[in-house]
Design a protein around this ligand. Structure first.
Ligand code: THU
Length: 136
């Protein structure tokens, strides 16, 4: 499946949106604020931040918040073309395993922009999640 090509301007727009929404994160336990922005096949942008919980395992990552917000707002016909993730500390941070699976469900051709060990990186979701699981 070919991966979507995204222009530098769109990439920067997504990264800016991810950095902005990061300020809304509820992260009193980790103090690690994360923001994510997705671009849909219809050209819409949706954002999300991480929302932690006293019961730590209930934490929702920024990426999943963005995807769930998109579906709540625009319905289940979501196709993710690209997702950008940013964190307030500027440290390497790619989507966690659970988020990779959720991204794959709605964007098997999506490209992911994130901070790698050696600076900004982009990867197809299928590189981050080989053999992703899908029933549909
Ligand atoms: N987190 C995200 O929101 N996205 C990521 O890609 C990595 C981790 C959040 C979850 C938790 O609130 C905090 O970062 C520390 O793990």
């Amino acid at each position: 499946m070919p991966t979507t090509r995204i222009s530098a301007a769109v990439r920067e727009r997504l990264l800016r949106a991810a950095r902005k929404v990061m300020d809304n994160a509820y992260a009193p336990f980790s103090n690690f604020k994360v923001g994510a922005a997705i671009l849909t096949s219809k050209g819409q942008v949706f954002v999300g931040c991480n929302v932690e919980n006293s019961s730590y395992g209930m934490t929702n990552c920024a990426e999943r918040t963005a995807i769930f917000s998109a579906i709540a707002k625009a319905g289940p016909e979501l196709e993710i073309r690209a997702l950008a993730v940013a964190n307030a500390q500027g440290v390497p941070c790619s989507p966690c395993g659970a988020c990779r699976q959720v991204i794959y469900e709605f964007g098997p051709r999506a490209v992911i922009f994130y901070q790698g060990k050696n600076g900004p990186k982009q990867s197809p979701i299928t590189d981050l999640l080989p053999e992703g699981f899908r029933l549909l």
